[in-house]
Structure formats: structure tokens, C-alpha cells
Ligand binder design. Structure first.
Ligand code: BGC
Length: 751
């Protein structure tokens, strides 16, 4: 009785709103900003025509889905931005020329994950939420939480890790920090979206066990622990059905088992079937118009627009399926305050730039150091900085994650700022990116890009430019020290699509060989100057055997954001003690990775994940395969000792406690990594799995007791035959270490 009275009032209020001027906050119908009222949602659904409902669940421009002006329901505004809010598109697809859209460019996802610092994950989301809000966005399309299955995936830089637990922990913080600003996260791309080659159609053949143990957990965590309000479906198929309208993924798992009550947003153009989209959980269809005429989009043609209407009118699908989608969209609008007042947000403030610096400082990984680093600027009069990447800007490239950065400090600028006038810094480019049409081969299969240009991939680009090498060598010969800055790039100048190859969307790398003749250049620099430090950028590793043995120091900086150059300089000169740890195994070559040696990559039409659950270190460690640098590895300028492991089993939890001491000469941070090893599993199981970690900052000589709680789920595995999670009785070893291959302490518990 009270409910129907309430609905009556809501209807009356809503009708009153409609008769006034419709505006952004009217349809909230009296609910407090951020609060969900199912009654109000019901009343709004009752008022909508089928056309209005379908308009609400399909795109109305490149980055909006439709509103219902008659009811004061605004469009929902999306933006890309896993590491910075993307430039403005207006209603079309191309960047607006004179928009006020410069933004904070944070270190990319894999750099964030390398910090292994959960607090930074949360604050990363908070910065993005503020910047998105300031730009009037309701939904930010991030974080990217696909598992790094192969080092060749062109989008690995946007993702976090090869490990589901690390991905989940960093992703959950990101989602919470973002949504607390009233902006919905849209973790992507659900699921098994692990390559770019043929991304619109590739069919990933994956077992249920691998899905549940490797490819799902981060998605489950951002839903259940992070409370994500939306999720983006992936382009690819999984076991024969498109992921965006996959009955098992969406209906059974996401909305069923995990209780997700938010919105499944398609990837841009990932809906391929009206009936499936209606029945199997796609809530908003975005982007399909991009496959057609950019200037005359036919929104009516969306799978979930006119074709859906006809299907419903023919009685083939019940309208209640549409109502359910509308309900979810309205719920998201209430949560994000899209229908009321977003509040102000802030953008390009110093605090955000300082945060970008903090992430870069903690995310850069020192992989080799025979004592060369840190450099002492008082002992250097002339410093040679060599390498194209020392002066290159990265923010505006790589595909949908591009950001129009307010500024970007390059490594050369960072080094010059740090050493000041005391050191003469000379620069030589050393190598240059080039683009050789004769070396092309077509690999993308990307319908959107192929429809505009005939995109091809550069196959090899490995020949050194001798004039540039000689110039750099001449500089290096006379300098007191040399810093080489190279590695991958997001793209090639001159590529038809403007995005290029290597670390970029819609492209996978062909191998891990250093491009543009850098190996030869590094060897020459090492030969003429034994004070040479190597800094590489990129979303993955490179092959190292031809240059690493003779190199004295190697720092991997990923793409470290707008203050990346500052952070690189600070680490090189010891103003910051490096504490980044690899979130993926660095093996010798791509062929060593299980996705290539056991499974398939990139496949052909289908790609079989035959390596099963043995992804990354789960494979390398279990099968004792050589790696260059293991998962979790990263050096520091100080040393740490681990002692006093104590395991306490309480009810359904195990408390892991140990003492960590900074035994070196300066302050620093260590990541205490907890792995679980089941001693006698019935089914094949990785020799160890990461189940807990904590980053600990310690002053010189200081100790701390670290306590990490493992609940039952840390010991469970997905039963490959009964297809359910199970905790097998038996003995489990708890391993505490500083990488998957450097276990310092171990003890056992029984279940
Ligand atoms: C990408 C998504 C992105 C979307 C919108 C797609 O091509 O896969 O990650 O959010 O475009 O730009």
C-alpha cells in the first residue's frame, strides 16, 4: 500500500518535472544524489515508450548513449581513460581541435601494477575520477584488467599483470577510488581478450577452469570487492559465442554467480547479434555506427535499436528483457549522479602531477645493476644521453588510451632538470623510428580500421642507422657517463592509421626483438664507455641476450606518464630508491611463453589456450623453465632481510606474519610476496600462486612486522571436472619471498 502510494507520488512528481523544462537533474525524481531508488526506476520505465527504452540502451554519438529528453533523462557520457581522461570527440569520432581537454597523463596500467602498492591503485582511481568529473563524464572506460597472456599483445601496457591476484588487487583500488568521485568505472574487456590480432572475431578456446582461475578472478573482484557499476564486454568470442553477449559469461557468471547489478557496456562495435544481445546480458550497445559512415551515423541500425524493436514486435523476444537493461542503466545514472549533480572535480592540479610522479617513482623497475647506479653527479662533468625515446612524447598515442597531456617531461628534460648546470648534458638520437613499406604484412583484421585505410604491420625494423650510431658513439666516447633511453614506442610516424604498431591498440608485436637497430647501438655504447646505463620503455620486455650481458645497469620504465622523465632521472641519480617489481615474467623470447610454446598465439580464426592455467610464472616455475627476470623481481639500492615467519590458522583464515629489516645503507621499500603451494594436488596445479602481498617502506636499519591474511579462497582451485571451486584437504606450503623465484621463508598449514 505504502509502495503504491509512493509510486503514485513519484509519478506525479515526474510528470510535474516533465511539464517543466527538462534538465539534467530532473529525472532523479527526488532520490538523493548517488542513491538508488528502484521505485523511481520502476516509475520511469512505466513512462517510457519502447523507442525511448531502445534509445537509452544504444549509442547516440561516439561517446554518449541516448537519454530521454521528455522525461528529463540525460545522455550518459563516456570517456576513454585508463591512464588519463581522453581528448574530446564531440559527437563524432575525431579529436576536436580546440577543446579544453588537456589532462593529467598517469603512468600506464602496467607501471601502476609494478608499484605493487594498493594505496596507489586507489589514489590513481581518485585522480581519474576527479578529472573525469571535471570534464562532465559519467563513465570512465577503465581499468584494463585483461591478463597478460603473451608479451606480444599490443595492449599489454594498458593491462596490469600476468597474475590474476595482482591484477585484482590493483584493479579493485582503482575502481573504488574512481567511483567514490561519482564516476562509474568500466573495467574491460570481459573476458579472455588477450590479443589484438583479429580482435573483432577471434574465438578464444578456453577451458572453464582457466576462465575461473586465470581470466575471471580480476573481474569478479572488481565486481564483488570493488563494486564496479559497469563492465565492458570484449570483442572476441569465447568458445564459439561473442563475449559481449555470452550467455555463460554474462547471465550465468557475472549477473548470476557474482550478483552484478550494473551495466554491461559493449566494446565499440562488439555487438554482433540482436537476439543474443537482448537475451544474454548486453545492456548498452556502443560504437557500431563507427563501422559505417562516420558523418551520417545511422543509430537506428544498431543491433539493439530498430532490429530489436522488430523482434519484440514480432513477439520473438519479450520487452521485459529491454526493461531489465533500462533498469540497469537508470541504476547506474542514479549511482553516478548523472541525473543530479556531479559536483566539480578538479583537473591538472599540481596534486595530480605529483601523484603521477609518485606512481612513476614506484613503478620503474631496476633489473640489473653491478654497482654503476646510482650515478653520482658530482663525479660527472659530461653526460651523454642517447636514444630517441629520451625525447619522445608518448601520451597522445597507442589507441583509445591516448591522452592530451598538459605536459610531458621527457627523460632528457628530467635528467637536465636534475643535474642542473653542474653537468654538461649532450644528446644524440642514436636511432630513429622508421617505417618501411616493403616490410609490411597484414595482421590486424580490424574491421573498423580496415574500412578506413588498408592497415598493415611493420614486420621488421632492426637495422641501425650508421650515421646516427657514429654520432652517438662519438659523444659517448668523450663523456664521463652514458644514459641510453630506448625500447618500444606506441607507433610509427607515417603509419596510415596514426596509431602505429608495437604498443598500440589493434596491433600485436611480431616478436620481442629490439627495434630500429638498438641492439647494435647499445653494444657500441657499452664498448666505448663502461659507465653506460640502459633505460628501456615499453609495455613488455625485449630480447636481451645480445646486449644485456655487457650492460652494467638496466632500468625498465614502461610508459611512466607526464612526470616519467623526472622519475627516471631521480632513480638513475639515487634521489629515489627503486622499488618497482615486475608484474609479468621477462623471459628470453616470446617463444618461451606458454601461450606460444604450448598454446597458440595469435591463432587463426580460433586461438586455443592449451597452456590452460599455466600462464606466466605459473608455467615457468612449475616446469622449471629459464627466464631472464622472474615475476615479482626488482632491485633496490638497499638490502632487506626476512625472518620470524609465523603462521596462525584461525577459523577459515591463515595469518602470515614475518619480520622484514632494511639491512642496507639507505631507506627503501620491499614487497613481501606470499605464494601458496599445494604439496600433493590431485589435479595439475601451478607450483605456486600469488595470494597476498604488502609493500613496506623502511628507513635504514628499521624493521617491521608484516601481517597478511589469507582466507580459504587463497587455497582453492576450480575443479576441472565438477566445475566448482573446491578446497582440497591436505598440506599447503606458504612461501614468502621477493619474487616467484626468490622465496625467503616457508612454512606449512593443513586444511
Ligand atoms: C577499445 C576500448 C575502448 C573503445 C572506445 C575500443 O576499440 O577496445 O578499449 O574503450 O574502443 O574508444
Amino acid at each position: 500500500m505504502r509502495n503504491s502510494l509512493f509510486i503514485f507520488i513519484v509519478l506525479a512528481v515526474t510528470v510535474l518535472f516533465i511539464s517543466c523544462q527538462p534538465g539534467r537533474d530532473q529525472a532523479n525524481g527526488g532520490a538523493a544524489p548517488g542513491e538508488v531508488s528502484e521505485e523511481i526506476i520502476d516509475s520511469l520505465i512505466d513512462l517510457m515508450t519502447l523507442d525511448e527504452k531502445l534509445g537509452l540502451i544504444t549509442a547516440s554519438s561516439s561517446f554518449t548513449s541516448g537519454g530521454v529528453p521528455r522525461l528529463g533523462i540525460p545522455e550518459l557520457v563516456f570517456s576513454d581513460g585508463p591512464h588519463g581522461v581522453r581528448h574530446e570527440h564531440g559527437r563524432g569520432w575525431y579529436a576536436l581541435e580546440d577543446a579544453d581537454d588537456e589532462a593529467t597523463y598517469l603512468p600506464v596500467g602496467i607501471c601502476l601494477a609494478s608499484t605493487w602498492n594498493k594505496d596507489l591503485g586507489y589514489r590513481y582511481g581518485e585522480v581519474l575520477g576527479n578529472e573525469a568529473k571535471e570534464r562532465g563524464k559519467d563513465v570512465l572506460l577503465g581499468p584494463g584488467i585483461n591478463i597478460i597472456r603473451s608479451p606480444l599483445n599490443g595492449r599489454n601496457f594498458e593491462y596490469l599483470s600476468e597474475d590474476p591476484y595482482l591484477t585484482a588487487m590493483m584493479g579493485v583500488g582503482y575502481v573504488k577510488g574512481l567511483q567514490e568521485q561519482g564516476v562509474a568505472a568500466c573495467p574491460k574487456h570481459y573476458a579472455a581478450n588477450n590479443q589484438e590480432t583479429d580482435r573483432h572475431n577471434i574465438d578464444a578456446i578456453v577451458s572453464k577452469r582457466a576462465l575461473h582461475e586465470i581470466y575471471f578472478p580480476a573481474f569478479r573482484s572488481v565486481v564483488q570487492d570493488g563494486g564496479a557499476w559497469s563492465i565492458m564486454g570484449a570483442y572476441n568470442k569465447i568458445n564459439g559465442q561473442y563475449a559481449t553477449h555470452h550467455e555463460y559469461l554474462n547471465n550465468v557468471v557475472l549477473k548470476g554467480k557474482w550478483g552484478f547489478d550494473g551495466v554491461v557496456v559493449s566494446d565499440w562495435g562488439s555487438v554482433k547479434d540482436t537476439r543474443e544481445a537482448l537475451l544474454y546480458g548486453t545492456d548498452i550497445e556502443m560504437g557500431t555506427e563507427l563501422l559505417r559512415d562516420f558523418d551520417n551515423p545511422e543509430y537506428d541500425e544498431f543491433y539493439m535499436a530498430r532490429p530489436a524493436k522488430e523482434m519484440i514486435e514480432r513477439g520473438e523476444v519479450d520487452e521485459s528483457y529491454v526493461d531489465e537493461k533500462v533498469r540497469r542503466v537508470l541504476r547506474l545514472m542514479q549511482r553516478t549522479t548523472a541525473m543530479s549533480d556531479h559536483g566539480q572535480g578538479k583537473r591538472n592540479v599540481e596534486e595530480h602531477q605529483q601523484f603521477a610522479l609518485e606512481v612513476a617513482r614506484e613503478g620503474i623497475v631496476l633489473l640489473k645493476n653491478d654497482g654503476l647506479l646510482p650515478l653520482d653527479k658530482s663525479e660527472i662533468k659530461t653526460l651523454a644521453v642517447v636514444g630517441h625515446n629520451a625525447t619522445r612524447h608518448f601520451a597522445g598515442r597507442g589507441g583509445s588510451s591516448q591522452v592530451r597531456a598538459l605536459y610531458e617531461i621527457t627523460p632528457l628534460e628530467g635528467i637536465r632538470n636534475l643535474v642542473g648546470d653542474d653537468v654538461e648534458v649532450l644528446y644524440a638520437e642514436g636511432y630513429e623510428p622508421y617505417y618501411d613499406e616493403s616490410l609490411f604484412r597484414d595482421v590486424t583484421g580490424d574491421a573498423a580500421s580496415q574500412s578506413t585505410e588498408n592497415i598493415r604491420e611493420v614486420e621488421l625494423a632492426r637495422t641501425a642507422n650508421q650515421a646516427l650510431v657514429q654520432e652517438a658513439v662519438a659523444l659517448a666516447e668523450t663523456a664521463d657517463a652514458v644514459i641510453f633511453v630506448g625500447g618500444w614506442i606506441h607507433g610509427h610516424e607515417g603509419m596510415p592509421w596514426g596509431e602505429g604498431t608495437y604498443d598500440a591498440e589493434a596491433r600485436d608485436k611480431l616478436n620481442l626483438k629490439l627495434i630500429f637497430g638498438q641492439e647494435e647501438l647499445i653494444r657500441e655504447l657499452n664498448r666505448v664507455n663502461d659507465q653506460t646505463a640502459i633505460v628501456l620503455m615499453g609495455g613488455s620486455n625485449v630480447e636481451m641476450e645480445n646486449w644485456l650481458p655487457e650492460s652494467r645497469a638496466y632500468l625498465h620504465a614502461w610508459y611512466p606518464g607526464m612526470e616519467g622523465g623526472t622519475a627516471i632521472a631521480e632513480v638513475l641519480f639515487g634521489e629515489v630508491n627503486p622499488s618497482g617489481k615486475l608484474p609479468m615474467t621477462f623471459a628470453n623470447s616470446h617463444e618461451d611463453y606458454p601461450s606460444h610454446s604450448i598454446g597458440e598465439f595469435p591463432g587463426d580464426g580460433t586461438v586455443e589456450y592449451r597452456e590452460e592455467i599455466f600462464v606466466g610464472y605459473r608455467y615457468f616455475d612449475t616446469y622449471d623453465r629459464p627466464v631472464k627476470f622472474p615475476f615479482g623481481f626488482g632491485l633496490s639500492y638497499t638490502t632487506f632481510a626476512f625472518s620470524d615467519l609465523e603462521l596462525t590458522k584461525q577459523n577459515n583464515k591463515v595469518i602470515v606474519e614475518c619480520t622484514v629489516t632494511n639491512t642496507g645503507a639507505r631507506e627503501g621499500a620491499v614487497v613481501v610476496q606470499v605464494y601458496v603451494h599445494q604439496k600433493e594436488p590431485t589435479f595439475d596445479r601451478p607450483i605456486r600462486e600469488l595470494k597476498g602481498f604488502e609493500k613496506v617502506h623502511l628507513a635504514r636499519g628499521a624493521s617491521a612486522t608484516v601481517s597478511i591474511e589469507l582466507d580459504e579462497s587463497a587455497f582453492k582451485q576450480f575443479h576441472p571436472e565438477e566445475l566448482r571451486w573446491m578446497l582440497e584437504p591436505g598440506s599447503y606450503e606458504i612461501q614468502v619471498g621477493t619474487s616467484s623465484r626468490d622465496i625467503k621463508l616457508a612454512g606449512s598449514v593443513d586444511w
